[in-house]
Design a protein around this ligand. Structure first.
Ligand SMILES: O=C(O)c1cc(=O)[nH]c(=O)n1[C@@H]1O[C@H](COP(=O)(O)O)[C@@H](O)[C@H]1O
Length: 235
């Protein structure tokens, strides 16, 4: 487990993925999300693993505890390094997810890390209050989900950089703070609302950053990755 920037491989299919990966002469930490997984299925995981890259499988499970537990039992066999659920599914669901992962991890293999999404980085406080009817500050809501996640025994959360420090204070240094919504200085925000640069993410105590379009849609993707890596100060 490294603290390399996690590159979001938000591509429509494996051809684009391997064209992208071929440019790199180093081991990466990549994220496979819904778009790619729904097109290619689990076969793409082994192909990426065989190239020596670490994988965060981002399927954001959110269902009744029994369904999530069974799904996690299956995901545990895929050999990925990290998976996630939505904290909004509740602590019973999160505990079930963890049990499923523990049961499904083959003997002698390491259980994938399990983290929970708090409030999506595309959500603003106003939207949260108006649509989800959570009548508190966004930071308070994220913190509440983080504490729930920690109590359920998970390894950490997905949050924005803006909440990472408060989570470290409440949940400790070891508790993972995986932060998407990363942009280089002056970069376009797209649909993200709570954004920060890699340097600010480090300063604000993120343990991992997730970076998609700032790398994958840049003119020189290898150069952009190295700029992110340098600013983040990762290994
Ligand atoms: O769980 C995630 O990875 C995630 C959670 C969240 O709150 N916000 C968020 O953007 N993500 C993912 O992180 C990536 C961010 O992509 P870019 O906005 O292109 O950097 C996407 O693949 C999202 O699915």
């Amino acid at each position: 487990m490294t603290d390399k920037p996690i590159i979001a491989l938000d591509f429509p299919g494996e051809e684009d993925v391997f064209t992208f990966l071929e440019q790199y002469n180093e081991a990466l930490y990549v994220k496979i999300g819904l778009e790619l997984f729904l097109q290619e299925g689990s076969s793409i995981i082994k192909k990426i693993k065989d190239l020596g890259h670490e994988i965060f499988l981002d399927l954001k499970l959110h269902d009744i505890p029994n369904t999530v537990k069974s799904a996690m039992r299956g995901l545990a066999r895929l050999g990925v390094d990290m998976v996630n659920v939505h904290a909004a599914g509740g602590s019973e669901m999160m505990k079930a997810a963890l049990e499923g992962l523990q049961e499904g991890t083959p003997v002698g293999k390491k259980r994938p890390l399990l983290i929970a999404v708090t409030q999506l980085t595309s959500t603003t406080e106003e939207e949260m209050q108006k649509e989800q009817k959570i009548m508190t500050t966004l930071e308070e809501s994220v913190l509440n989900y983080a504490l729930l996640t920690k109590d359920a025994g998970l390894d950490g959360v997905v949050c924005s950089v803006l909440e990472a420090k408060a989570i470290e204070e409440a949940c400790g240094k070891e508790f993972l703070k995986v932060t998407p919504g990363i942009r280089l200085e002056g970069g376009e925000a797209h649909d993200q609302k709570r954004i920060a640069t890699p340097a600010v993410a480090r300063e604000k105590r993120s343990t991992h950053i997730v970076v998609g379009r700032a790398i994958t849609q840049s003119v020189n993707t290898v150069e952009s990755y190295h700029t992110v890596l340098e600013q983040w100060g990762g290994q």
